[in-house]
Design a protein around this ligand. Structure first.
Ligand code: KG4
Ligand code: ZN
Length: 354
């Protein structure tokens, strides 16, 4: 079996990352991974696109150099350079795309454009050799919330997605309401551990009783109504002067509602497609309450829930290398004119058939 070695670059949002990964069949070996998180955005309480682009510009060359040094190889020793070209902040993506193209041209190494979300689907396979298709996938990040059936690498069926905020975005906004720092997912999870689950029971979004697979909202998600309910609870506690005592309880109520909904919809998808593997991805997949609830709900004999470690769940270049190695092995090389796109459907995605 031949081994493909890929150097990869990820600059779609606020992480400047590079990695070297080798793929042999369905086995991946992580040779190096460097992730530089742009902390500057914390000051603004969200990612500022223009600042993100500029920071990628200065950080990318040393990040790539370090990834190559850690893997003890040079660009010429790689079979391909994989780069995220969509979706994301277009200015940020452009930095990675042009850097990869220039490097590829200078060193005669082919460049493979990779879809960021396909990268998230590959992340878990870097650590768990059995997290391979077919599986049900839940991608929950700051920018995306997707429920997919993955029949094979490159064959994806979109089952549901958020109709408004992404799951991570909802965590970040609710965290802000509760006075927590950005990004708020992790601090909110820690606060929720001290909360009483019976104090604020918010209704579970898009989770009606007796829903059927043919219903338009059977797999879809929505978090804006829940966010408003939380805001009203915060305002009421502020007016009553009890907000300090209520914060943890509200955080717990919010997290329980999100987790219940995500778990119920994922379990429906696994059941409908008869999948015994469930793969989580994206920053929200770091949430331990979500991981545990998913494992509790999906424990028929043979069923396994795979979640990547936090380093591979959040944005990183290793997952881009893994997806790039798959695309390169399938004979895909970027057209010299390929560019960055703010939004794009995952290649190989079948739209809902409902
Ligand atoms: O995948 P990611 O690094 O970036 C995007 O592609 O968006 O995800 C970042 C998101 C943020 O919204 C962050 O608050 C959330 O993931 N997050 C969490 C946790 N850790 C990170 N949300 C809930 N619980 C966590 N433990
Ligand atoms: Zn991401």
């Amino acid at each position: 079996m031949t081994t493909v070695r890929v150097l990869s670059i990820e600059t779609s949002c606020d992480e400047t990352s590079a990695a070297v990964v080798e793929r042999t069949g369905d086995t991946f070996a992580l040779r190096s991974l460097v992730i530089l998180s742009q902390d500057v955005h914390r000051i603004f309480g969200g990612v500022v696109p223009e600042i993100a682009s500029r920071q990628h510009l200065t950080a990318l060359p040393p990040v790539v150099r370090e990834a190559l040094r850690d893997a003890s190889c040079d660009v010429q020793d790689c079979d391909a350079i994989a780069v995220t070209h969509a979706p994301g902040l277009v200015g940020a993506l452009l930095v990675g795309v042009h850097f990869a193209k220039a490097l590829g041209l200078a060193r005669s190494v082919p460049v493979v454009p990779v879809h960021h979300l396909e990268g998230h689907l590959f992340a878990t396979a870097l650590e768990h050799p059995l997290a391979t298709p077919p599986f049900t996938a839940l991608l929950v990040s700051g920018g995306h919330t997707l429920l997919l059936d993955v029949e094979d690498w490159g064959v994806y069926r979109l089952l549901g997605q958020t109709r408004d905020d992404a799951a991570g975005e909802a965590f970040d906004k609710v965290a802000k309401l509760l006075g927590l720092p950005y990004p708020g997912g992790r601090p909110l999870e820690l606060l929720a551990r001290e909360g009483d689950p019976s104090r604020h029971v918010f209704s579970r979004p898009m989770l009606r009783r007796n829903q059927q697979p043919e219903d338009a909202d059977y797999f879809d998600l929505s978090f804006s109504g829940l966010k408003t309910a939380v805001m009203l609870a915060v305002r009421a506690a502020e007016a009553a002067g009890t907000i300090d005592a209520e914060r943890a309880h509200i955080a717990r109520g919010f997290q329980d509602a999100v987790v219940d909904t995500l778990v119920a919809k994922t379990a429906r998808a696994a059941r409908l497609f008869n999948r015994d593997r469930v793969v989580l991805g994206g920053g929200v997949a770091c949430n331990v309450a979500l991981q545990h609830a998913m494992q509790r709900a999906l424990r028929s004999p043979g069923q396994v829930v795979y979640a990547p470690s936090p380093r591979l769940a959040t944005d990183n270049a290793a997952m881009i290398a893994a997806a790039g190695a798959f695309r390169f092995s399938a004979g895909e090389i970027g057209d010299p004119a390929f560019s960055a796109h703010a939004s794009m459907v995952i290649p190989g995605m079948l739209q809902p058939s409902r």
